[in-house]
Design a protein. Structure first.
Length: 93
């Protein structure tokens, strides 16, 4: 069983102003710490992946996922969050 408190947040969709700010605000409000972030824009498409530490989070993972998904829907984006162990398992070669 893992003792990791890290999650992977992925964001994809049409590029627009404020994506990083919106996602990072939700995480900051939950006292979640962004450990690493990578983002790129391919023509008009935006893609971002973040590693986030929830060890000091004031909100449970399921609520963070709900808030991120709702913000994504509001902005026309797909926003997913999964525990890093699930992400590793799903993306193993």
């Amino acid at each position: 069983m893992s003792t990791s408190n890290r999650i992977i947040v992925t964001v994809t969709g049409q590029d627009r102003v404020g994506i990083i700010a919106a996602v990072s605000t939700i995480l900051a409000e939950a006292n979640a710490n962004i450990l690493d972030i990578s983002q790129t824009t391919l023509q008009e498409f935006f893609a971002m992946i973040m590693m986030v530490d929830l060890s000091q989070a004031s909100v449970p993972l399921e609520e963070i996922k709900r808030r991120l998904k709702a913000k994504g829907e509001e902005m026309g984006l797909r926003v997913d969050a999964q525990h890093e162990d699930v992400f590793k398992y799903m993306h193993r070669i």
